[in-house]
Design a protein around this ligand. Structure first.
Ligand SMILES: Nc1ncnc2c1ncn2[C@@H]1O[C@H](COP(=O)(O)OP(=O)(O)O)[C@@H](O)[C@H]1O
Ligand SMILES: O=P(O)(O)OC[C@H]1O[C@](O)(COP(=O)(O)O)[C@@H](O)[C@@H]1O
Ligand SMILES: [Mg+2]
Length: 501
């Protein structure tokens, strides 16, 4: 039966024979109204003002405006673009071109996944800046010293992005291109020399995973980084990293402005967790999902071939379960998908373990896919942080494995439990074809953005189009799986799992 948001929910638990009355854990209406209220609050919209829609759209345009060199240097000279292709002259993007951020016109807040500004769910246009080459540029290629730095954890596609930044810079005519070794650390560690980059150096780097430049967490302060940039004469910097790296990039941009340095700081979002706001996806995510399927398939084969086999796979996702959700959906072999956004119990009548027993009784085997950030409340909180200040997580995969073994022993049912942790294997692979294309376009657009004179921006794919966004807007908070979204519900449809609360 269908779940009505208006009533308590009657639905059949996956446990045999039990028809139970439950309140929906995510009462759709209240969540949606909460979202309406939150959106209105966030934008300080006075809905009683008849002009509120116009005002919202104007405020949005302002918020998503992308900082330009001329904001601080009104006299900065614009010259005709030096970006030229051998075969033909390129077509340019007009600075006024925009990409629509939200493309669904929800007719009511009850509509699945609806995010509304007002209770009537009025259609509001939210436009962001279109990425690509501009006719006028604000840097003379011969005056440019461009640097590339890759920070945070590894991610498939880093080399592809580096490669295309270098190739595109050369097409503009830049000769002085360097890589900063091992993330922000390379700015302060005197034992780590710059890596000279050219088309020749980067020609084949996309054929392997990892980063040609190396990565790191932690490192120097923003002041030290900008001191070092000043010393080295860097006036264009491409920063590849996640939310932490982008917070750093934005601080670098602000510090450069404070020092009146004419520098373009451009980010390219990198995280297999896919937790960056507003974009369809970040590069490396598709590859990670594809690779994760291999681990899930192995867990399935192991579980399916064993008597009462249970396969458990842990996938990355510090605070968001995108990889676990998408890999579960893609594989079609997962019975239970656990993500940080959706609380669950292991024990008790509605817990995961009881359901595992049901699966063993009915199917003979089961596969669990768990995101690393899920179920952290079951584990000891050590308060430990990594060098970047990220919380060090406990191993939920090991915990579920141990609890599963214990549980089946206690109830006297034999169970053959296998645990696979493929996390670092997934991160280290080279980008697949779709990520390869994404990386190519992002790398090229990062260079176009810098030459166009933008700074403090990042580049992303939005509704299949490429856009520039101001950094603060993409890192305001971590993007996470919406438990009310169609995608999570599709995942639940695929696994057939009940609520574990
Ligand atoms: N709020 C911040 N301000 C400035 N730099 C930051 C900030 N957060 C993280 N960083 C720096 O960014 C780099 C990468 O951050 P990290 O969180 O490890 O990875 P990611 O960028 O993938 O989220 C590290 O060198 C870290 O010191
Ligand atoms: O062992 P490391 O290098 O700290 O990486 C672990 C983390 O890297 C990630 O894959 C991605 O994190 P970043 O986006 O911060 O690089 C997380 O899912 C995971 O918690
Ligand atoms: Mg991060």
């Amino acid at each position: 039966m269908c779940i009505s948001p208006k009533n308590p929910v009657l639905f059949r638990s996956a446990l045999p024979g039990s028809l139970i009355l439950r309140k929906p854990r995510f009462p759709a209406n209240s969540v949606r109204f909460h979202r309406v209220a939150a959106a209105a609050r966030e934008t300080a919209i006075d809905l009683s003002n008849p002009e509120w829609k116009l005002k919202f759209e104007r405020d949005f345009e302002e918020k998503f405006n992308i900082p330009h060199i001329t904001d601080a240097f009104p006299d900065a000279e614009a010259i005709p673009s030096t970006f030229c292709l051998k075969m033909r002259s390129p077509s340019y993007i007009n600075n006024k071109d925009r990409v629509l951020l939200k493309v669904i016109n929800y007719s009511s807040p009850d509509s699945a996944g609806a995010v509304c500004i007002d209770p009537g769910c009025t259609w509001i246009e939210q436009w962001v800046h279109r990425a690509g080459p501009r006719e006028k540029i604000y840097f003379r290629p011969e005056d440019v010293k461009a640097a590339i730095v890759t920070c945070g954890g590894l991610c498939p596609g880093l080399n592809d992005v580096i490669r295309h930044i270098v190739i595109t810079l050369e097409i503009y005519g830049v000769k002085n291109i360097v890589g900063i070794p091992f993330g922000y650390r390379g700015f302060s560690d005197k034992n780590l020399p710059e890596i000279p980059l050219s088309r020749k150096v980067v020609q084949n780097i996309h054929l392997s995973g990892g980063s040609l430049l190396g990565v790191s967490r932690g490192g120097p302060t923003v002041t030290e980084i900008v001191d070092s940039m000043e010393e080295r004469g860097i006036n264009m910097i491409f920063v590849l990293g996640g939310n932490g790296t982008h917070a750093g990039a934005n601080a670098i941009h602000n510090e450069c402005l404070k020092r009146r340095m004419k520098v373009a700081v451009v980010g390219v979002p990198k995280t297999i967790d896919n937790d960056i706001l507003h974009m369809d996806k970040t590069f490396g995510f598709d590859t990670a999902v594809e690779e994760a399927q291999r681990a899930i398939n192995s867990a399935y084969i192991e579980a399916h071939s064993a008597y009462h086999g249970i396969g458990i796979v842990k996938l990355m996702g510090r605070s968001s379960g995108f990889i676990a959700m998408q890999a579960s959906l893609a594989s079609g072999q997962v019975d239970i998908c656990l993500i940080p956004e959706v609380p669950f119990n292991l024990h008790g009548p509605d817990g995961v373990l009881k359901h595992l027993n049901y699966l063993i009784e009915t199917k003979g085997s089961a596969v669990v896919c768990v995101a690393e950030g899920a179920g952290q409340s079951f584990l000891e909180n050590t308060n430990a942080k990594d060098a970047s200040g990220n919380k060090v997580l406990g191993d939920i995969g090991v915990h579920i494995q141990q609890e599963t073994k214990k549980y089946f022993k206690e109830i006297g049912v034999s169970a053959d439990v296998k645990y696979i942790d493929p996390t670092y294997m997934i991160r280290a692979v080279r980008a697949n074809a779709s990520d390869g294309i994404l990386c190519t376009v992002l790398g090229q657009n990062a260079v176009h953005g810098a030459f166009a004179g933008y700074s403090g921006i990042t580049v992303g794919i939005i509704n299949n189009h490429y856009a520039y966004l101001p950094i603060p807007e993409v890192i305001a908070y971590d993007k996470s799986v919406d438990p009310n979204s169609r995608m999570w519900h599709r995942c639940l449809t695929s696994t057939g799992q009940p609520d574990f609360i």
